[in-house]
Design a protein around this ligand. Sequence first.
Ligand code: AMP
Length: 281
Amino acid sequence: MQVLTTETALQSRLADRGAEDRVGFVPTMGALHRGHISLINRSIEENAVTVCSIFVNPTQFNDPRDFERYPRRPEEDADMLERAGCDVLFSPSHETIYPKPDAHTYELGDVAGRLEGKFRPGHFNGVASVVKRFLELVKPDRAYFGLKDYQQFLVVKSLAARYKIPTEIIGCETVREENGLALSSRNKLLSAKDQQLALRLYGSLVAAKEAVKYGRHSGLKSIGEACFSGPDAPRLEYFEIADGDDLTPIGDGDISNAVHPVALVAAHVNGVRLIDNMVLK
Ligand code: AMP
């Protein structure tokens, strides 16, 4: 695996490939886990060259303390990528990504204003800014995103369509611990006890899905929210049922006509903000 940090080095590596060689790209913020590696594996299967970027992007953190304490594990990350068979680790400086501050407000559609957009103002603008920059630098044929960040996946698809970026945006299934907890770099900030509490997110999604399985089509939001009662419970930010294509809210209403309803949850476990989601039918 080559570890590259500059635009020039990246361009010359990419220019060096065969005319038919497709490039797959996996953008990350590091502190890698099996979820990230599943995206790398998919890219390796489908492309001749796989590039993984690691860049903790300050513009997508609406809380500066969250940015400061975000886990950073550069050596472990490089080892994991090497073992996975990744071809290029691109780990640029702040100046390479932002030669000048990006003050642009991106047009991302209604999907970006909902849920995370409401609770983390400016977050998706920062995501759009960094993803667009990386897609312009790497010019991949395909880019891989985790459905764990379901809304981010929809926002990136909207970004690519609106800004005519010719990269195929591919969503990959959420990788979980055996007990259901969605893998997340932020889990590294949780104690063993906190990780148990974090299971309530998964529990709330399963409760809603089970209810649908047994014929219930409304009141699902209340079922999910009820999983966050009690003194020890994570502080719930939202539990919502929405249309999976554009996140139009379904709320506590009837999902019987919804083709692709999804439950999405965000909660704080001891000051660490976690999100998860599940397709309901
Ligand atoms: P991050 O480093 O958190 O920005 O994540 C980089 C990419 O990995 C994003 O596309 C995430 O959605 C994806 N990802 C994070 N956690 C998981 C997971 N548990 N399963 C699958 N993909 C994930």
